[in-house]
Design a protein around this ligand. Structure first.
Ligand code: ZN
Length: 506
């Protein structure tokens, strides 16, 4: 069903059945994409835009008007402070419902907790929905908190300055909300005849994964979002130091976050007469052993594919080791080299354990009777927490230290397929949008809403359609988060095209 080189123009012309005929509407030009695919290299202009993003002619007509509107929505969304906790996503949900209402699309706000709602809207393909075919566009409305003293602008001011939109959520994840809205609205404005339902979903409580999260939406409102496919955050469009697009990573899998609490009890008492069972000493020794422990490397199929595809893009030394990561003679050295080169690569190869909280004592001259530490563990999908905790118990080898696995940890989900038509389509359209760069399957070390969807048989793929360099990427969840404005039209164009090509009748 996909466009391939070799089809004639006229064969492609009847692909989309439009309810209305709007000449030069964004989507009525979609049929040209198959034709242009064959000539992609010839079309790519080398003339750089601001920030060095290569100019690639849109294959679906002009989405620049939508991109300008999306920028306006994004500015307004950043101004709605949805710091979680407490979230207050209901305000953002209502704002989004208002945008959709202006387009004649009815949206539901789904109440999850006081002040906290998700927002959902559906474009129907037929009177009887087939959830197994439906496409869900997901983005979360909540954001992590800020340390205002570290920001040069108001993080909730929607400030546009020096070619950037500054603000908490400008990348994570309100940019995706705006791009999803644009793609959804493009279908409506284009009067596209759909081959599947397309569902827009703005989620709450993604950053804390608590009682107002997608878990609750699935539990209470599954019929409103049931889908076979989803697009969500979790991937990357990576800009190099030279300002050129390097590659697109499509998230198909993610690590699983679990907290484990260590508790040490002892006699406690006057600090002038210390004894050997001081809980502070036992806890410190346990954390030290755990902190310097390297869990065994386990290369998942997705991670193997990732290194294989990334190798040609890296410098000679890194590339050499990536190519032999799985060999019996040089694999071990390669794994060590890559783990030391990049903490994300390290985390992609093994379960990681990060001690994050230490709690003990209340007076300088009193030995406390209890001490606690929290370990944040990120498991590779397929690994189990019980097995790892048993290993840690053996390592610590101290009967005074007790381990407790937090019950609300994430659940491992199966990978999304690398073989289905949707993944092929995403790969092809991303490559077209960004001048033929490699499109690489990716396992994120962080968690997203996609795991919950994958557990419900949804083939969920993580993108971040906006080309962003390492420096700006590092600002996500940090200080001075900002989206390069030049990346916005590319992101919107990409999302419009993926969604339209996948869901338009042909
Ligand atoms: Zn996010």
């Amino acid at each position: 069903m996909e466009f391939t080189c070799g089809k004639t123009h006229s064969q492609l012309g009847g692909v989309y059945v439009l309810r209305r005929h709007i000449s030069f509407s964004i989507l009525s030009l979609l049929f040209l994409s198959g034709f242009f695919t064959c000539n992609l290299n010839a079309q790519v202009s080398q003339k750089p835009l601001a920030l060095g993003i290569p100019q690639t002619p849109s294959l679906v007509g002009d989405t620049s008007t939508l991109a300008r509107e999306a920028q306006g929505w994004l500015v307004e969304l950043v101004k709605i402070n949805t710091t979680n906790p407490p979230g207050n996503e209901q305000v953002a949900a209502k704002y989004i419902a208002g945008i959709l209402a202006k387009e004649g699309i009815a949206a539901d706000t789904l109440d999850l907790a006081p002040g906290r709602s998700a927002v959902v809207a559906r474009m129907r393909s037929s009177a009887v929905a087939d959830p197994s075919k439906a496409l869900l566009l997901v983005a979360h409305m909540d954001v992590v908190g800020v340390d205002r003293s570290k920001w040069s602008v108001d993080p909730f001011g929607g400030v546009v300055k020096d070619g950037y939109l500054w603000g908490r959520g400008s990348i994570d994840d309100k940019s995706m909300l705006a791009a999803n809205l644009a793609a959804f609205i493009a279908l409506k404005r284009g009067g596209v005849h759909l081959n599947r339902d397309v569902i827009f979903l703005g989620t709450a409580d993604e950053e804390q994964f608590g009682d107002a999260s997608i878990k609750m939406v699935i539990a209470k409102y599954w019929d409103k979002i049931a889908a076979g496919y989803a697009l969500n955050e979790g991937g990357k469009a990576v800009l190099g130091k030279d300002g050129k697009m390097q590659y697109v990573a499509v998230q198909v899998s993610e690590k699983v976050s679990v907290n484990v609490t260590l508790t040490v009890t002892g006699k406690g008492g006057h600090a002038s007469t210390p004894t050997k069972d001081n809980p502070v000493v036992h806890l410190a020794a346990a954390v030290d052993k755990i902190g310097s422990y390297n869990t065994p490397v386990h290369l998942t199929s997705v991670v193997r594919r990732y290194f294989e595809a990334l190798a040609p893009l890296e410098d000679e030394e890194t590339s050499k080791w990536m190519r032999v990561i799985d060999t019996s003679d040089r694999g071990e050295h390669a794994q060590r080299f890559l783990a030391e080169t990049n903490p994300m690569w390290n985390s992609m190869m093994r379960d990681t354990i990060a001690p994050t909280i230490l709690q003990a004592g209340f007076r300088g001259n009193v030995i406390p009777s209890e001490a606690h530490a929290v370990l944040n563990i990120r498991l590779l999908p397929g690994d189990t927490i019980d097995v790892l905790v048993n290993e840690l118990k053996k390592l610590v080898n101290d009967p005074q230290v007790h381990f407790e696995i937090a019950p609300e940890g994430g659940l491992a989900a199966p990978n999304s397929s690398l073989e289905n038509n949707f993944f092929s389509l995403i790969t092809r359209v991303c490559a077209q949008e960004f001048g033929g760069v490699p499109v690489i399957p990716f396992m994120s070390t962080g968690a997203t809403d996609s795991a919950q969807l994958r557990l419900h048989n949804v083939q969920a793929y993580g993108l971040r359609p906006f080309p962003i360099n390492e420096t700006d990427d590092a600002r996500v969840h940090g200080d001075e988060e900002r989206l390069p404005l030049a990346s916005l039209p590319k992101g919107v164009d990409l999302m419009v095209r993926i969604v339209a090509e996948f869901s338009a009748s042909r």
